[in-house]
Design a protein around this ligand. Structure first.
Ligand SMILES: Nc1ncnc2c1ncn2[C@@H]1O[C@H](COP(=O)(O)OP(=O)(O)OP(=O)(O)O)[C@@H](O)[C@H]1O
Length: 289
């Protein structure tokens, strides 16, 4: 389900401009939304999920304008949302919790509901743990329960807000791989401040900074923004004064620095290929351009 916003703006209490004139166009498939803390990602996600009213502007999901009541109703059943802080009932088992949420979502037919929950527990690799209480679940397992609840009505659009924060590396990789597998003919919008999660799963992304859209396009396009501006320098002397240091790894008697700088920051600096993180940092002005 395609997402299109135009001149989308959200001003909290007449003061904080959390989203500022955003024109976004998200196609079907896996799509990343990057931004630092406070950039406006959660505000945008909540508007797209129909939970928060924008101050102005339009949001069109699959051709329906959700700023109108009719549009909201039309997309309600085709949208799944995993918020940053999904509350669960620790004394319920995974299966009972999903059954409870399914009832709230209006999935009334008991046998269809049971079948769907059984399928979803397998999709999120929790089949074995279906009848365990949520109290004993790890952070990663709880996130997977969260995805299962968001998928109950088989939505065409899945909105996931910072799902990998706090997960250990194995769970993070497992979780983001599962999201890309779910994308297929759905749109999965992944909001995060972890650049690597977007690099490993998304072909396209958007970047928010202080409520404004500062980039939208292919990941490769953002990487190329740092082309010719990333350098390695190994030295046992003082830290380089030119450019911005993005990594420093002790090596032998010295340190290997990775720097972003418009020109070679030192006569011995060697140019290296940029990553998505370099492109992101260069865009965000961490590096002098
Ligand atoms: N209910 C609210 N009332 C007033 N200001 C708010 C409210 N919610 C968010 N803000 C402000 O709006 C801006 C954007 O916040 P938002 O939570 O959308 O950003 P974010 O990119 O999701 O950040 P994070 O990564 O820290 O969750 C911030 O300045 C925040 O303090």
């Amino acid at each position: 389900m395609r997402i299109q916003t135009s001149k989308l703006t959200k001003v909290y209490r007449g003061k904080v401009r959390a989203i500022d004139g955003v024109d976004l166009d998200v196609p079907v498939g896996m799509y990343g939304l990057l931004g630092s803390n406070g950039a406006g990602k959660t505000t945008l996600m909540r508007i797209l999920a129909g939970l928060l009213k924008p101050t102005s502007g339009r949001v069109v999901l699959g051709g329906h304008d959700i700023t109108t009541p009719a549009g909201r109703v039309a997309v309600q059943r085709t949208l799944g949302y995993l918020p940053q802080d999904l509350g669960v009932y620790p004394d319920l088992t995974a299966r009972r919790f999903l059954d409870y949420i399914a009832l709230l979502k209006g999935l009334d037919a008991r046998s269809a509901r049971r079948r769907r929950i059984g399928e979803l527990l397998e999709v999120v690799a929790l089949g074995e743990h279906a009848d365990r209480k949520l109290r004993g679940f790890s952070g990663g397992m709880l996130r997977r329960v969260g995805i299962a609840q968001a998928l109950l009505a088989d939505p065409r659009l899945l909105i996931v807000d910072e799902p990998t924060t706090g997960l250990d590396p194995e769970e993070r990789i497992r979780f983001r791989t599962m999201l890309s597998q779910l994308a297929g003919d759905r749109t999965v919008l992944l909001s995060t401040h972890i650049v690597e999660d977007v690099a490993q799963t998304c072909r396209d992304l958007a970047v928010l900074a202080k409520g404004r859209l500062v980039f939208q396009g292919a990941t490769g396009e953002l990487v190329s923004q740092a082309a010719g501006r990333v350098w390695n320098l190994t030295t046992s002397g003082p830290a380089p004064a030119e450019g911005r240091i993005v990594a420093a790894v002790p090596e032998g008697a010295g340190t290997r620095y990775r720097l972003i700088a418009a020109a070679a920051p030192h006569p011995h600096a060697e140019p290296v290929s940029p990553t998505l993180e370099d492109g992101y940092l260069a865009l965000m002005g961490v590096a002098p351009c």
